[in-house]
Design a protein around this ligand. Structure first.
Ligand code: ATP
Length: 482
């Protein structure tokens, strides 16, 4: 059975073996912190994406979705502050030449203190770090690393460079006028989807006749040149975000911030994950745009880590775009007869991190041994609504007309949800394979089916089996997957 430490490795192997997630361009030995989703992973990811989209847009009459381009006018990133401020403090070890994000290095050391039973020491270290971060005190951060004699994991030495800032945006050039010397020609791969929403604020508000408070949601790729890119799909260089900007009347941002904190936590709990697996983490060091900010953290096998951020951004973004574009970003509020630049509450969740959260929550190695025989299984207990395959249709044998009946069930069900047909191997092996893919329902067609039109349905989590009529399969599965 996997311990928490090796559970993470077990999940990574499982994802590869069962077609969820592969290292990118693996035949060339992969590309650091870039991953491809396979046949199962892309279904799982799509289901999570759809679930978020539906709960944000369809279920909120005042939230609409857009799909903005990855490339944006370079001035966008000047206005947003990313050109000047999207930096992480980094430090290099002079002996190993390895570069670390300063917060990761210190947090890693705090984790070691905790593991050695020094909870209080770890908390002191983190609070000292946060105080220095809040003041952008780079020299202070270096002094802290030296004070605690935090060593490089590779060289084992404390021979560090000064702490420096490193911009995380990927830049490229556009068209034939491109010249790498010309900073104005630089086009960035967006490091967040939010700015595509801000620059379209007026377009959407006017064409959609939206009234404050209202939201704009977007799902799409974002790119960050993460220095310490590690931990599987937790920290990638190319990833997907699901973001929503909620525009409110100035003065009401406090209550809307609380509203979205609660609403987002409810969404997480609706995935069937228990509340003690989550916690809020309020930011001490606020980003350049933020008035208040917190993270929703989930207890991954690698510890509590951020899955989602909720930020009260004030009117920073719209005002900045107003300044740089010289276009008015005002909204006229007919209820109070006033013109203003709306304030924004943002909810920003990583799709890939959510996939990793759902996988971590679902993955279970079970010992099913009895006195007679040793047995075990790996099961992914996905909520049915997120499972890549909802129903497996399994004829007991390849003959006697059983495959024909199974095919009819497939034809009947596949327009409604993802089904999987398999007639090879023993039924026991086929069930185990479906457990490993997280398929919540299997139906087996046997000789009795020909007599009374019933099949055996087998439930993934309980492994219970019962006979039901063929006619009821569709309703039963449909009921569970929404
Ligand atoms: P971190 O502190 O972990 O770098 P962040 O605070 O920079 O994250 P945000 O800018 O708030 O993250 O982005 C919102 C969400 O996007 C995060 O909560 C996370 O789920 C996701 N995300 C951010 N960076 C990455 C990444 N490199 N790989 C995968 N997901 C990411």
């Amino acid at each position: 059975m996997a311990t928490e430490t090796n559970k993470f490795q077990a999940i990574i192997s499982h994802c590869k073996e069962y077609g969820f997630i592969f290292p990118s361009s693996e035949i060339y030995d992969g590309l650091a912190a870039v991953y491809d989703y396979g046949q199962m992973g892309s279904e799982l990811k799509k289901n999570i994406r759809d679930y978020w989209w539906k709960s944000m847009t369809q279920m909120h009459e005042n939230i609409v979705g857009i799909d903005a381009a990855i490339f944006m006018h370079p001035t966008t990133w000047k206005a947003s502050g990313h050109v000047d401020n999207f930096n992480d403090p980094m430090i290099d070890n002079k002996d190993s030449k390895k570069r670390y994000r300063v917060d990761h290095l210190i947090e890693g050391y705090a984790d070691q203190l905790k593991a050695n039973g020094d909870e209080a020491g770890a908390a002191t270290l983190i609070s000292k770090m946060e105080a220095l971060q809040a003041q952008d005190d780079l020299a202070g951060l270096k002094a802290l690393i030296e004070e605690y004699k935090i060593a490089c994991a590779i060289s084992g030495t404390v021979n560090w460079t000064d702490v420096r800032q490193f911009n995380l945006m990927f830049a490229t050039e556009f068209g034939s006028t491109a010249s790498s010397d010309d900073a104005d020609n630089k086009v960035y791969l967006r490091p967040e989807t939010a700015q595509g929403i801000f620059v379209n604020f007026l377009n959407v508000q006017k064409t959609g006749r939206m009234k404050v408070p209202f939201g704009i949601a977007q799902i799409g790729k974002a790119f960050r040149n993460e220095i310490v890119a590690r931990q599987f799909i937790f920290r990638m260089r190319e990833f997907e975000q699901m973001e929503m900007q909620f525009f409110v009347r100035p003065g009401t941002e406090g209550e809307w911030y609380e509203y979205w904190k609660e609403a987002r936590m409810k969404w997480h709990l609706s995935l069937g994950i228990s509340p003690d697996r989550y916690r809020f983490h309020d930011h001490v060091k606020l980003a350049h745009y933020a008035k208040a900010a917190c993270d929703i953290e989930y207890d991954f096998p690698i510890g509590f880590k951020e899955v989602e951020g909720i930020h009260s951004r004030g009117d920073f973004d719209l005002s900045q775009h107003q300044l740089y574009s010289k276009k008015k970003m005002n909204y006229f509020d007919t209820e109070i007869n006033q013109n203003y630049v709306p304030y924004v509450i943002e909810t920003s969740i990583g799709l890939d991190r959510t996939v990793m959260m759902v996988l971590s929550e679902a993955y279970e190695e079970q010992d099913l041994s009895t006195a007679e025989k040793q047995d075990s299984r790996v099961v992914l207990k996905f909520p049915a609504k997120l499972a890549p395959i909802k129903l497996a249709v399994l004829p007991l044998t390849k003959k006697d007309g059983l495959p024909e009946i199974a095919r009819q069930i497939m034809d009947n069900c596949k327009p409604h949800f993802r089904c999987f047909y398999e007639e090879k191997d023993t039924i026991g092996k086929r069930y185990r394979r479906m457990d490993a893919l997280g398929t919540p329902f299997c139906v087996t067609i046997d000789h009795q089916t020909k007599e009374d039109n019933t099949v055996t349905i087998r439930y993934r989590d309980s492994m219970q089996q019962e006979r039901i009529s063929i006619d009821s399969i569709l309703t039963l599965v449909n009921k569970e997957i929404f």
